[in-house]
Design a protein around this ligand. Structure first.
Ligand code: CIZ
Length: 306
């Protein structure tokens, strides 16, 4: 257990070394509160990659999971992207491989493939256009074909299918953290807090989505909480976002939909590991050039659209 003085020293050491390395620290909305508090920018994966591109820093310390660091490397090939824990992966992204996508394309020739951002660079390289949870509906609506393949999250793709006129070929991936949020959790909390608005992430189960007032990405939730008159919100996503919601709306109350909605991979990034990564300048996440060029085409198509 750290004393307050020790943890202050750790923060000071990180800030000192960050200056020396000309680094910028980016933290995802699901990161630990102390990690969010030392970051230069906190946001969703696309917002962070865009920040990475804009900054003059040469080194990006990406506090998130592996596919997010890869997305930053795809968008900023001339910068060094370091991920404080190489084991911070994403089980959802691991539920589909490039070989799976190749097989899908053989089975359904001429049907465009949309890849959710939670995929590896190698998978993105096999697909036509990327999307995030913030822009999935817009991306799908932009495609002229009536039928599309959407990978890898089945809950997100079923939600998108409901919100568009497209016929979707689904992949059976899911986020193990979001599916821990159950309809019973929402029903119980709604009964206890009838004045609360329910906002949930589209990676949640459809039975949970059906109980929500708003279905939103993390960036969407931050905006909704600020702009909605309600003083109380039930939050159906990874609990790390509660820190930022409270910080930005101190007069409002945020209730996690489930205390079990904790992503163990997001929580692998700690202040100690950020310091070590700045000391060692590794582990670096670098996407090979041939993969990067193909994945970038898919990511750029999304960026041009939103
Ligand atoms: O795009 C992201 O950062 C993810 C994975 C979730 C969200 O809603 O922000």
């Amino acid at each position: 257990m750290q004393t307050r003085t020790q943890s202050r020293t750790l923060r000071e050491k990180i800030f000192e070394l960050k200056e020396k390395r000309k680094a910028v620290i980016l933290a995802h909305n699901y990161q630990l509160p102390e990690v969010q508090d030392i970051a230069d920018f906190v946001g969703d994966s696309l917002e962070l990659s865009k920040q990475a591109e804009k900054t003059s820093a040469k080194v990006i310390v990406f506090c998130g999971v592996h596919f997010m660091a890869e997305t930053a490397s795809i968008i900023c090939p001339d910068k060094k992207v370091i991920l404080p824990d190489d084991n911070a992966g994403c089980p959802l992204a691991d539920m589909i491989t490039p070989e799976d996508v190749k097989k899908l394309k053989l089975e359904y020739p001429k049907i465009p493939v949309v890849s959710y951002v939670n995929t590896s660079a190698r998978v993105k390289a096999q697909t036509d256009i990327a999307c995030t949870s913030a822009n999935a509906i817009k991306v799908v609506n932009s495609i002229k074909e009536e039928e599309i393949i959407f990978i890898p999250d089945v809950n997100l793709s079923k939600y998108v299918e409901k919100k568009t006129t497209k016929k979707i070929i689904h992949w059976r991936g899911y986020c193990p953290t979001h599916v821990k949020i159950l309809p019973e959790d929402i029903k119980k909390l709604k009964k206890l807090n009838p004045d609360a608005k329910v906002m949930v992430h589209p990676e949640c189960l459809m039975q949970v989505i059906e109980l929500a007032d708003a279905v939103l990405s993390t960036s969407g939730m931050l905006k909704y909480a600020k702009e909605t008159n309600s003083k109380k919100f039930i939050v159906g996503t990874e609990i790390g976002i509660i820190h930022r919601l409270k910080k930005e709306n101190p007069e409002k109350e945020f209730i996690p939909a489930s205390k079990f909605a904790i992503c163990p991979n997001m929580k692998k990034i700690t202040l100690e590991k950020i310091l070590w990564t700045l000391e060692d300048m590794k582990p670096e996440v670098k996407v090979p050039k041939d993969i990067r060029e193909k994945a970038l085409a898919s990511v750029n198509k999304m960026i041009e659209l939103v």
